[in-house]
Design a protein around this ligand. Structure first.
Ligand code: CP
Ligand code: NVA
Length: 306
């Protein structure tokens, strides 16, 4: 039974472990061409921040399902002229079948969703990036066959990408170790939420020691040191984050089968070296491709196409 029809995905914690497994399996089936759901529906993309992968992968996923996409951003709507979000949500709800929103405040996503009946998908907020974590876990599942028992190490900023990875790993039985500089840890409440979701099946660890975190791990993952909206902090953050760079020395501490992941866009020479992202253990291009497969499965489920 499809339990996701009509549902929002504002946080990965909106999914049960079973729903998460189902989405990853459906994405793998669709990628292999074994299932080909169709739906003539309309997706609206409401993006207040830049995007390459999310915008294009959502669009192509929707086209491949037989649907249409309207690329909305605040500059081309009345939002930039001050139309309230709650009014925009109620009106777009009458036209669209599903909305993917990229914004700053998680609270804005929640407000939009509470005023719209259609499924609302978080396409990145300052709090979470759930669609990214779906693709990341799909990539690990492809590389290692199954997820439970694997260990993923995330080094860098305890940001939106780290938050969704923590929840996603907890839901799928993957041990996650997050290594950040002091004062840049993931949110304490989210850590508790991830531990509760893991329910003792896997470990959720936050540390300041990147080397210990990387030891024996199956995937090393990093993201930019200054996220969108934090550009003014980039210079100050550089030296603080340098010990958390994903490079060949750190990779040597991981399991010999370990893969290198990055959500992209990457800043070579900062959070990741050219050698690590271009090296034989890198899976970042498969990971980027998997954004499309994971989101196509998600769209198919929330639209009730399969
Ligand atoms: N990883 C990711 O979300 O990329 P974009 O910002 O290009 O969408
Ligand atoms: N943490 C980054 C992710 C970009 C895909 C940001 O929010 O800018």
């Amino acid at each position: 039974m499809n339990t996701l029809k009509g549902r929002d995905l504002l946080s990965l914690a909106d999914l049960s472990a079973e729903e998460m497994r189902d989405l990853l399996d459906l994405a793998a089936q669709m990628k292999a061409g074994r299932t080909n759901p169709r739906c003539e529906k309309v997706l609206g993309l409401l993006f207040s921040k830049a995007s390459t992968r999310t915008r294009v992968s959502f669009s192509v996923a929707m086209y491949q399902l037989g649907g249409q996409v309207i690329d909305l951003n605040p500059n081309v709507t009345q939002v930039s002229r001050g139309e309230p979000l709650v009014d925009t949500a109620r009106v777009l709800d009458r036209y669209l079948d599903v909305a993917a929103i990229r914004t700053f405040l998680q609270a804005d996503l929640e407000t939009f969703a509470s005023y719209a009946q259609i499924p609302v998908i978080n396409a990145l907020s300052d709090w979470e990036h759930p669609c990214q974590a779906l693709a990341d876990l799909l990539t690990m599942q492809e590389c290692f066959g199954q997820l439970p028992g694997l260990t993923l190490t995330y080094v860098g900023d305890g940001n939106n990408v780290a938050h969704s990875l923590m929840l996603g790993c907890a839901l799928t039985g993957v041990n996650i170790r997050v290594a950040t500089p002091p004062k840049f840890e993931p949110d304490a409440k989210l850590l508790e939420q991830a531990k509760a979701l893991a329910g003792g099946r896997s470990e959720v660890t936050v540390t300041h020691d990147p080397v210990e975190a990387a030891r024996g791990s199956h995937a090393l993952y990093t993201d930019v040191w200054a996220s969108m909206g934090q550009e003014s902090e980039a210079d100050d953050r550089g030296p603080i984050f340098q010990p958390y760079q994903l490079n060949d020395d750190l990779l040597a501490k991981a399991d010999s089968s370990a893969i290198v992941l990055h959500c992209l866009p990457a800043h070579r020479g900062e959070e990741i070296t050219d050698e690590a992202i271009e090296g034989s253990q890198s899976r970042v291009w498969d990971q980027a491709e998997n954004r499309m497969h994971a989101q196509k499965a998600l769209l198919a489920r929330v639209l009730g196409a399969v």
